[in-house]
Ligand binder design. Structure first.
Ligand SMILES: [Zn+2]
Length: 203
């Protein structure tokens, strides 16, 4: 058996997901970025513009995902977080981001266009803009089409945090209980996680 290289495995899996969503949802226009794993207590993920630099003076953005949640929410939820952060990256390069953590109207419009409905509660009827925002996947929308395609390739995230905090488990249990009515095991509503534990943008 080949020696396991955990960091390479997870990096390739995340990069593959990023590339597929970039191609299918953003026509391949997004620049590459650094995909990192950060166990921040209050965040499922975040976008940080031009966070990394190299000796040639080049910069690249960071999209961080919190592996604490990989084992307690579905892969679909994690992909939803990835794409949420990709919309922040898109807006940084091609739009006009709101100030600080604010998710503005332009961001909300792009989210909806690619199949994620912005909602501060993660449920239908929530506010579309704000500092702490969630979203839910739109049935028949592009995000679900691409995510389902990815998941039929037996896509997985091989490694996860073995010791998720109690809060993460509580939130995940809430997610499961509200997902029972969904088809094919894909939750129709969004990340309730965000009502208590939001994503963030960092500078
Ligand atoms: Zn956000």
């Amino acid at each position: 058996m080949a020696k396991s290289t955990p960091h390479i495995e997870i990096a390739l899996e995340l990069q593959h997901a990023y590339d597929v969503f970039n191609r299918e949802l953003f026509q391949g226009t997004l620049p590459t970025c650094m995909l990192t794993l950060q166990r921040e207590k209050t965040s499922v993920g975040y976008f940080s513009a031009a966070r990394f630099g190299n000796r040639l003076g080049q910069h690249t953005d960071e999209i961080a995902l919190n592996p604490t949640y990989f084992s307690v929410v579905t892969i679909l939820e994690t992909l939803q977080t990835l794409v949420h952060e990709m919309v922040h990256l898109w807006q940084h390069h091609f739009g006009e981001p709101g100030r600080g953590r604010y998710h503005n109207g332009e961001w909300a419009k792009k989210m909806e266009a690619i199949g994620l409905m912005p909602s501060d509660t993660g449920q239908p009827g929530g506010k579309r803009v704000g500092d702490q925002m969630s979203d839910y996947a739109i049935e028949g929308g592009e995000f679900l089409r691409v995510a389902r395609m990815l998941l039929t390739e037996e896509f997985t995230l091989s490694w996860h945090d073995r010791f998720p905090p109690v809060e993460a488990c509580r939130v995940a249990a809430q997610l499961v209980s509200t997902s029972l009515s969904s088809d094919l095991g894909f939750p129709a509503r969004g990340l309730l996680v965000f009502s208590a534990i939001s994503d963030g943008t960092k500078s």
